[in-house]
Structure formats: structure tokens, C-alpha cells
Design a protein around this ligand. Sequence first.
Ligand SMILES: [Zn+2]
Length: 453
Amino acid sequence: MKKILFLLLILPGLLLAQNHETNIKLIFETELSQGHTYQNLRYLTKKIGHRLAGSPGAAASVEWTRQLMESYGFDTVYLQPVMVPHWERGGKDVVKIVNSSKHGTVELNALALGNTQGTGPKGLVGELIEVKSIEELRALGEKVKGKIVFFNGPMDPRKVDAFQAYGGANAQRSSGAGEASKLGAIGTLVRSLSPTVNDIPHTGNQRYNPDFPKIPAIAISTADAELLSDLLEDQPDLRVYLESHGEMKPDQLSYNVIGELWGSEKPEEIIAVGGHLDSWDVGEGAHDDGAGCIQAIEVLRLYKSMGWKPKRTLRAVMWMNEENGLRGGQEYAKVAKAKGEKHIAAIESDSGGFLPTGFTSTGTEAQRAKLQSWGDLLLPYQLWNLDKPGGGADIGPLRDQGPILIGLKPDSQRYFYLHHTEADVFEAVDQRELELGAAAMAALVYLIDQEGI
Ligand SMILES: [Zn+2]
């Protein structure tokens, strides 16, 4: 009797563990042999293209992902309305050195930052003042007045984690114009946030200080930033011509796109997995973040294709407007709270469709310990990186509702070569790495679905 009781106690544990191993293997094998991620990303990037909030591309991507999830037979697919900011670049951005004693006129590779107000067709000309950071700018005080501030802070190459290097240099792009305007500057140029020196300019979001004039803010390529800095050293009276055409239009109605598989045992417990559907208005938004959206849809599709019924409700979410407003993520959290929904986990893939190494997370000690307790099951798939803090921009607003926030952590060394540029295209994504990312997310969703967290 005692023996039987003992067996009953340990057997379910053993069987479950065995199942996990087998099932995770099946997830990877199915994805790597019959996955849909690559073909779906091809459609999103090649047929639809870039998708800034409020643009025709964004609207087309909403409709296409809705139809795609419906075609897979998910239990429900719906659109969640959200008002989004609508910025348009409005034309070609031009930056020219106009009086180089060495080279005469030199045109630089330029791309205005998102949400900027353009100079208009007449452009503007001004002298430059170079700084490496916002702190340096502040220290200059009055000297900035009437000048174009040239932010030339590089990403720190000593940081092994590319996101840390990006984070360290990001303030000059995101708030440089607002800070410079406060001191009376007439415009800003910003060194592109790239770890390498080349000719590709990177756009990205910036926020003005509402109390000061909206001065133009334009990124130039890293190679041109180095050139400009060298020329300035020899010739401090160097002047540049800026021309850009950006304009904020009235907010526009758009949508988060949501597909669900309903849970069979605890349907009220939601596991959300997603990426952001919008992208910048250059390139194709392939790594950022078409990859994440397609991977999230694939998680639910894998469940369907293997005939699995989840215990908890699985939700694939394509958030809108992460890049220049985060309205989709905010609205999603607001609606979840208003409806009294219970998210136990929210997983975002928004670090590129590169080789996955694990997951970052933010949550209670118990939640994070549970995630790390699955290390042995994930390690055979090279998912070793489970202890770092993190999450994702779109899932951040869910934080106070208690779910563990999880970010897929790929090897992002090459991410910032492409990020927010014309080079972020389908061809820059590797099929196998993309599929491994989708399978990694599916394996984690499977574990959370089976065991809770
Ligand atoms: Zn992104």
C-alpha cells in the first residue's frame, strides 16, 4: 500500500517531465521542418513593406494579420481600436556642409528623426557646435544659442550587450532636440545609433519639450558624423544647410490585432505573446519588428497544427505604434484592466529575428525562479540565458497587473547595424534563426501553459 502511494506521488511528476521534453522536441522539430514564419515574414515585408502608425502600410498590415490568424482557425481574432499619432516625413531630408574650405559643399547621408517638425522647403543654415552628450550640451549653456547642435556620442563599443550600448547613447536622439531648443539652438544633427561606421542613417523617435520651439532634428550616418567632426576641428566656422519636411498630422484610428486559443482548464488565465506591428517608414521593418509579430502568430499556429489544446488562454498580440508613441501597448493594458483580465505572463519578441539565446524577465522572485527552473528543458536548444532582467516596451504597461514580463533574448550583435534603417529588410533575416526564435517562444509558452507561473 505504502509502495503504491509512493508511486502515485512521484509518477505524475516523472510523466510530466518526460512529456515536457518530448513536447518541446516536437515543437522544435515541427517548426524547423514545417514552419510558416519565413513565408509569413516575406509577405509582411515584401508585399506590405514598412508600416509606420497611421500609414497605409500599417492599415494593410492590420488587415493582413487579422486574415492570416483567421485562416489558421484560431478561436477568435479581433481588432482592438486605438488612436495613434500620425507623423509623415513629407519628403527627402537634406543635410549639406556649405562652406568647407577643403571640400566646398558636401552632402551628408541624413534621415530626420520621427515626430520632428520639418524646416520647410527653404531649409535653414547655421553654424555648428559639437557635443558628445546631453550633459556636455547643458554645460555649454548660452553658447548654444542660434547654433545647430551636433550630437556626436558614439555607442560604447566596450559594452558586450548591444542594447546597453544603445541605451547609453540613446538620450541624444530621444531628447536632444528638446534640450537644445531650451538653450536657444535652431536645429540638431545626431550621430546615428550604430556600433559601426558606415553611410546608413538611422531614424528613431524623439520627444520635444512642449514649452520650447520644435526645432528640426536630423540623424546623419556614423561615417558622416566622423567626417563632420574632423572638418569642424580644422574649421570651427563650418556651416550646414538643413532641410526636412516632417509634420505631425491629427491622431488617427488604428488597431492592435489579437488572436486567441481559448484555454480548456483555466481559460481566464491569459498568456500573451507578441510583437509590434508598426515599423519606421524606411526599410521593411523585418527585424524590427515584423519578426516578433510573425513569431507570435506562429506560437499559436504550432499549437493548432499539432492538435494541442492549451490549458490556459493563449493570445497573440500585434501591438500598434511602439515606435513613435507606444499607444497600442498602453491601450492594451488599459483595456485588460478595465475588463478585469488576468494575464499571468506577457512575452514580447522585439530584439530582432536573430538566433535566440534565452529570455529576459521582470517579475516577482517566485516568477523568475520558475522561469529559471526550466533551464534544463531549454538548454538543449541553446536557450541558456534566463537570468537577465528585461521584458519589452509594449508589455511594460501591464506591469502593475502582475504578470511576469518576458522578452525573447536573441544574439543582437548585428541588430543595431539595421535598426530603424533602409537596411532592415527581409533579406537581412535568416530563416533558421527566425524559426528557432518562434520555437523558443512556443516552448516557453507551452511550459507556462502547462505549469503556470
Ligand atoms: Zn521594435
